[in-house]
Design a protein around this ligand. Structure first.
Ligand SMILES: CC(C)(COP(=O)(O)OP(=O)(O)OC[C@H]1O[C@@H](n2cnc3c(N)ncnc32)[C@H](O)[C@@H]1OP(=O)(O)O)[C@@H](O)C(=O)NCCC(=O)NCCS
Length: 221
């Protein structure tokens, strides 16, 4: 079997095998977390073995098509079956079109990063940080977006983007990073906790005609 076919096949199996632990007992939750971690390790070693290279870099004005594409793809992957389809369409049209990113990329209060394949320069992940208003620039900021295409989960791309965000925080002498994550997005919540984020509250996120419960997590630096 060609190495790419093998990678796709194993990628699909791993994608199918990824397990959520909503509603499970503490003992089962512990076991499932262990299984998920094994899946992550396997995916990472697979990506190294097949030589799939991904680079992460800051976004510049003119890059807006790439983050828009990956933003729209990942919002659907992440929330299909959790959120209402019309709300997702409204959200994408209001916030994730290329002109929205074009505006962000020239705004001093925004930093953005993109992850791309070295071969073909396909965008597969991105992150956006937005400085809070009314304080010194980036003394406190929201990690507004951190999304990786699901075929590329577990390849340490999220970790690399988070390291870029943390490096930016260190350069700007930031004191706090905060974010909001859907309460059912256990996968992402686990990921953030590994970087030291702790829950600070529960809030409502409005999209289209509905509101969704989100956890507010924060990291004090
Ligand atoms: C959450 C997300 C950003 C993580 O990115 P990723 O590239 O898949 O994660 P990485 O491969 O960088 O993992 C980094 C580390 O966290 C671990 N990890 C990641 N997710 C984990 C999970 N659900 N459970 C346990 N460990 C996890 C990995 O094992 C790895 O640890 P290691 O370096 O010690 O081996 C990614 O899965 C994603 O984009 N999800 C969908 C979008 C989303 O929900 N974004 C957040 C919206 S608020």
């Amino acid at each position: 079997m060609h190495v790419n076919e093998e990678r796709n096949l194993v990628g699909q199996v791993l994608g199918d095998a990824e397990i959520g632990h909503r509603g499970a007992s503490p003992k089962l939750t512990f076991r499932l977390r262990h299984v998920n971690r094994k899946i992550y390790t396997l995916r990472y070693s697979l990506s190294s073995r097949t030589g799939m290279e991904i680079v992460t870099r800051p976004c510049r004005p003119g890059d807006e098509q790439a983050p828009s594409l990956v933003a729209q793809a990942t919002i659907l992957e992440t929330y299909a079956g959790i959120a209402n389809g019309d709300d997702l369409i409204t959200y994408v049209n209001d916030e994730l079109r290329a002109p929205d990113f074009a505006r962000m990329l020239v705004n001093d209060r925004v930093r953005a990063w993109i992850s791309e394949t070295t071969v073909g320069k396909c965008p597969v992940g991105y992150a956006v940080a937005v400085s809070d208003e009314g304080s010194e620039l980036f003394s406190s900021f929201e990690l507004k977006r951190l999304y990786i295409c699901c075929r590329f989960h577990g390849m340490r791309i999220g970790k690399r983007l988070m390291e870029d965000v943390l490096a930016c925080a260190s350069q700007e002498n930031s004191e706090k990073i905060w974010l909001q994550v859907h309460e059912a997005n256990h996968h992402a919540i686990e990921f953030y906790k590994r970087f030291g984020f702790v829950q600070r509250g529960v809030d409502l996120f409005h999209a289209g005609d509905n509101s969704y419960r989100v956890l507010t997590l924060a990291l004090t630096l």
